[in-house]
Design a protein around this ligand. Structure first.
Ligand SMILES: [Zn+2]
Ligand SMILES: [Zn+2]
Length: 185
């Protein structure tokens, strides 16, 4: 995988359910996290990880985000089917949610915005005790029964979810058309 910002690269991503998929052509802009209260709410998280992209570089390859106008100047895109936050769209440009990329591992934030809103314990999170998922023996039975509905981290020709309302599926799917789902939740 090439580095973020390298010329000629193309990156894909999408929401958790796969109803909305995107592709970015060309270099990414600045990657950041924003601690402002609006970003906390929009992501349901302690902060929002976002990377700016050049105007015109985003192609919605499946579906399109719904939008919430969070202020007079900014709207935020999300998947209407599963709720994944996807965009921050301001008059001076668009940024995408880093976690929604198929491979976010090298989209490294280089600045923190809105630090007046930062939740104090965020600076201490890496001191928490650590567990691997498979180390949680109490949850072993639960984990063994999980069948993930999450879209895989790459584009797919056909993708559907068995419990979709009919109007949300662009194409009719049958169970045997579904790509093997990844065993994680
Ligand atoms: Zn979705
Ligand atoms: Zn913010």
């Amino acid at each position: 995988m090439s580095n973020a910002g390298e010329l000629g690269e193309s990156r894909s991503g999408g929401c958790q359910c796969g109803a909305v998929r995107f592709r970015i052509e060309g270099p990414l802009g600045k990657a950041s996290i924003c601690h402002c209260r609006m970003c906390q709410k929009a992501f349901g998280a302690f902060y929002a990880p976002l990377v700016s992209v050049a105007n015109g570089s985003v192609t919605w390859t499946r579906g399109a985000p719904a939008h919430y106008q969070s202020s007079n100047l900014v709207r935020r895109g999300f998947c209407a089917a599963c709720g994944t936050p996807l965009t921050y769209e301001a008059p001076d440009g668009i940024a995408l949610a880093i976690g929604a990329f198929d491979d976010p591992s090298d989209i490294r934030p280089e600045i923190q915005f809105g630090v007046e809103g930062r939740i104090a314990f965020v600076c201490e999170l890496d001191e928490l005790p650590e567990r691997r998922t498979e180390d949680d023996l109490v949850a072993a039975a639960f984990l063994a029964d999980i069948v993930s509905n999450q879209h895989p981290d790459h584009d797919t020709e056909i993708w559907g979810r068995p419990n979709d309302p009919p109007d949300e599926a662009a194409t009719p799917f049958s169970a045997d058309q579904l790509e093997t789902r990844e065993n994680d939740a």
